[in-house]
Structure formats: C-alpha cells, structure tokens
Design a protein around this ligand. Structure first.
Ligand code: VG1
Ligand code: CO
Length: 543
C-alpha cells in the first residue's frame, strides 16, 4: 500500500452549517471537494492516527463512492480501526450509538438528512465526537479554518473495500470492521422500552403504519416493529433505502409525507402513524384523526416518559431549541425540573446531556431524543410513544386532548419560504435586527410587543456564547414570532417564520392552528414585510 500526498488548494464555501456541510451532490462530486473537506476534518479534530472512527451514511446517491474515499484517506492517516456499517449504511442515531458503545474517537456521517437525494439532489457530511454527538461549534470552526489553509491531502492507493459482507479486513495499519448496522441499535431500544407490553399491544389488534420514506430507518423499523414486536408484516412501508429515496423528498412533513397524513385523516386510518426522515433522526407521530406537532410531542413525551422502563427514574431536565414551542416548558414547570433553551441544531444539546442536566430534548423540526445517544432519534421517539400508548391504553388523540386540557394548548406553525434570493433574505433579517430596540411597547396588527431580541445562548456547561441565533418577538397575550434563516439549505436562502400562541380555554382547543394563529401570522408579515421584500405571497411549506 502506498500513501499518496496530493497537493491541493482551499475551496470556497466549505463552512459547516446547522448540521455539517451540505451542498448539491454535484458540488461534492467535483474532484478534490470531498477529499479537501475530509482532510480538514482529520486535521481540525487534531489528527486521527491511532484512533477508532465510525463511518456510515443514509445511503443516498454518492454515499457508496464517498465512503471508499473516506476509507482510503483514513488508512492513509493511520486510523487504527474503522467501523463501517454494512453497505456503507448507518442511520444517524445508530452511528451515534456505535461511537459511544465502542469508545470510538468519533465518526463521520454522510447525510443531507431531510434534503432530497440523487445526482441533482443534496449530499452532506458531518463529524461527530466521542460522545456520539455532532461536533460543537469550537470544533466545526477549527474544521472550517482548515478548509481555508489546506495545502495537501493524504490518500492510500488500496482497492475499494467490499462493504456488503460483515467481517474484518486489515489494510496497512488499519483494521476495517464491517458491522451490521441494526443489531446494536435494536439491543439499545430493548433496554429502554417494555417490548413485551408493546408486543402485547400489537397482539391485541393495534394497527400502525410506519413510513420509512425509502430512507435509512427502513431496515431498523422492520427489524424492531415487525420482527421483534410482532407488528403485522407491511406495517413498515417504503422500507428499502434507495439512493434517490424513490424520487421523494425524505422529510416527514405534511407535504412530503402527504400519503401518511391523508391515510391518518381518512376512514381506513390505523391506530397510529409515524414517519422518519432521510437519515432516521426525525420523527412525526400521528393519531387517528389527530395530528401532533413535534413541539407538542416533546411536551407529551416529557409528561409521560416515566411510563417506559428506561425513564422510570424520572427526568433530570428537558431542553428545546429556541424556536420550538414553549409547551414543554409548562410540563417542566409542573414536574419541577429545569428546561433549557438552546439554538437550533442538535450540537447544542450535547453538553447538557453529557453533564446530566437534561434527559429529553427536542426541536420543532420533528426532532426528539434523549440521553441514550447524542443525536435526535426518530425510531426511538416512535417506540417511546408506543410504550406510552401500551401502558395508558388510550388513543393518541385522547392523550393529546387530555394533555391540552391539563396544560393548555400551544398553537404552533412554521412557515418556510424556500430558495429566496439570498441578499433579499439577509436584508430582511438585517432590518429586523435594526428594528429590535424600537419594538417593545409598539403594536403590530393589533398585537402589543412586550419584548424583542436576537437570541444568544450562554452554554451553562462550557461557558461558550453563540450569538445571532434568530429574531424573537414576544407579545402581550403570550404570542411569539421567531424569524431565522436556515443553515441546511443548498439553494438561495430559506426564511423560517415560527409562530405560536397559548390557549388555556378547552373550548377553543379544537381550532385549526392556521386559523387560531391568523393574527400572529398577520403581525409577522407586517413586521418583516415578507411579501414586499421577497416577492412571496405565501410560504412554500407549512408545518
Ligand atoms: C433544520 C432544522 C433544525 C435541525 C436541522 C438538522 O435546520 O430547523 O431544527 O436540527 O435542520 O436536522 P435549519 O438550519 O435548516 O433550520 V436534519 O434531520 O436535517 O439533520
Ligand atoms: Co435528519
């Protein structure tokens, strides 16, 4: 084996966003693009010689070729052990688990998550540290700095490694283990949840549909739901991961998972519906006739988690990203536990989880997770829900109605404006930031503003400060609007507008969220001048 040292020069724009580096697949396929970034990771984390790394991805187009490049570069950098998922596959939460369980130095996850795949779609890559979680800001800054000063990368000239058979190969100083990606994860889930009770629920005739959206969760969901828990064959649909996700967009929202939402609203609805995203870290759950927002799901899971054996000890605390609704705050207050508010992106939960300050965390973008790994975990959330349904013996709708009656309902919606002209989006945000000091005390579209700021986070564990995380506007009646730009898109800018209001009156809990939030939506538009500044008259995606 020979190690080649290839001279290179920095490539513009290799700046990691909310969750690693995401670009068009064709950008990643340019000569040297992936190699530069992987070398910047290796250098930015202080070198990987003699270390153990976990590598896998969500199976999207280019996953197979990218993995071979990473293996050859890892061998050239003297990695001691590489743990690769069979077929080059790992769901994001499963990779996080393997990193933790094997005591690895970290891992490289290939995914652009909920973004579409294929040669014309998106690709992504991120580094996770020894705790199994996405690299914190300090590390991603170091990686980015390396992309700007890189002069060469190292790659070995070994042949491609076969990834379709489980087994061990030794190349140079590197032991390459190809492992089954599902087994360890399934064992972890068995330790957290009462599989006997969930199996009894299915045996009693409980029906479910899990839409894996032709993405990473399919094999995990089939093994756990159908094989281990006895759900009827066919419960998991679109279970085979495909490089282009079957032409779909693997985002379990009402637009891209429409079939599931329609099924759950119609006469043939099973008792429970769920779906996951491209890399298996997101989830939605839907009851028969009951859509559940991710923010409400987090709140209800916090209120009921103790019913599952893995959480019977109770919760140390909870955490949510800033734009996530404040429904979980009310549960935390009642339980007498801390509730942390972090910037968007799972990397900010890592320190809180490592320090034992919180047990559950979540984001409004269909992300829920706990201290069992350091990523959000789609199938885990579905299993926790199944465990709760099995113990309570009630429908999801009944549980949600009772939750709202006890805690009040937080109406919530997110409006996304996609592929907006970047300078228009930036000037919209810039103007809002300038307006901030003048807003409190003024009235917009009939709503009085009580406070407004640009969210900054002081990490209580390591003292780091993260600024500029989104404009928050609070109103006198408890309503809130948040504006921020996405950090995962690959085309223009995506403006996200997060809207919420609180409703204690049970008689109004049945309202449609868009209707209930109409005054807040009007205030948001007036404040930001969305139509005037972006030319858009309606959002592209409403969740
Ligand atoms: C989005 C979501 C955020 C999530 C991130 C990664 O980021 O809003 O909550 O953590 O995607 O999720 P942004 O910057 O586009 O708003 V995933 O499932 O794409 O890894
Ligand atoms: Co994802």
């Amino acid at each position: 084996m020979t190690v080649r040292i290839i001279p290179t020069t920095p490539i513009e724009g290799q700046k990691p966003g909310t969750s690693g580096l995401r670009k068009k697949t064709r950008v990643f396929m340019q000569p040297g693009y992936l190699e530069n970034y992987v070398q910047a990771i290796f250098d930015g984390v202080g070198g990987v010689g003699g270390r153990t790394l976990v590598v896998g991805g969500d199976g999207r187009f280019f996953n197979d070729r990218a993995i071979q490049v990473i293996i050859k570069m890892a061998v050239a950098s003297g990695v001691a052990r590489l743990i690769v998922g069979k077929g080059g596959l790992f769901s994001t939460p499963a990779a996080s688990n393997v990193i933790r369980r094997t005591g690895a130095f970290g891992g490289i996850i290939l995914s652009a998550s909920h973004n579409p795949g294929g040669e014309d779609g998106d690709f992504g890559i991120k580094f996770n540290g020894a705790n199994g979680g996405p690299a914190p800001e300090g590390v991603t800054a170091e990686i980015f700095a390396r992309t700007k000063s890189i002069t060469e990368y190292r790659i070995s000239d070994v042949a491609d490694i076969g990834l379709d058979q489980i087994g061990t190969t030794v190349v140079g100083d590197t032991v390459i283990d190809v492992v089954d990606p599902v087994t360890d994860y399934a064992v972890l889930m068995e330790g957290l949840f009462d599989f006997d009770r969930i199996a009894a629920l299915f045996a009693s005739g409980f029906t479910m549909r899990f839409d894996a959206m032709h993405a990473a969760t399919g094999p995990y969901a089939r093994e756990i739901l159908e094989n281990r828990l006895g759900a009827a064959p066919g419960t998991v649909v679109n279970a085979v991961p495909l490089p282009d996700f079957g032409g779909g967009h693997p985002d379990p929202n009402p637009i891209y998972a429409k079939e599931l939402y329609d099924l759950m609203a119609g006469p043939d609805a099973p008792d429970f519906g769920a779906a996951s995203d491209g890399d298996g870290d997101r989830n939605v759950v839907i009851g028969r006739g009951a859509v559940v927002t991710p923010s409400d799901s987090l709140a209800m899971l916090a209120a009921n988690a103790h019913l599952a054996k893995g959480y019977a000890r109770g919760l140390a605390g909870v955490a949510r990203s800033m734009p996530t609704s404040r429904a979980v705050d009310r549960v935390a207050a009642k339980l007498g536990i801390d509730c942390y508010e972090t910037p968007t992106g799972w990397k900010f939960f890592g320190n809180l989880l490592d320090a034992g300050r919180c047990t559950l965390c979540g984001e409004e973008s269909a992300g829920t997770g706990s201290d069992h790994v350091r990523e959000k975990d789609g199938l885990w959330a579905v299993l926790l829900w199944l465990n709760i349904l099995a113990v309570r013996g009630e429908s999801l709708k009944a549980i949600q109605d009772a939750h709202w009656a006890e805690f009040g309902r937080t109406f919530y919606t997110r409006h996304d404006y996609e592929a907006v002209d970047t300078s228009a989006a930036e000037s919209l945000m810039g103007r809002l930031r300038e307006l901030l000091p003048t807003l409190p005390g003024t009235t917009v579209a009939g709503l009085e503003i009580t406070a407004a700021d640009d969210f900054a986070y002081d990490d209580p564990v390591d003292g780091s400060v993260t600024k500029g995380q989104g404009v928050r506007v609070m109103f006198a009646g408890g309503e809130r609007v948040v504006f921020r730009l996405s950090g995962t898109g690959t085309e223009g800018a995506t403006l996200r507008v997060y809207l919420e209001s609180f409703e204690p009156d049970v008689a109004r809990h049945g309202l449609d969220a868009q209707e209930a939030l109409a005054p807040v939506i009007a205030a948001a538009d007036q404040l930001a001048g969305i139509t005037a500044r972006t030319g858009r008259t309606a959002p592209d995606v409403i969740t």
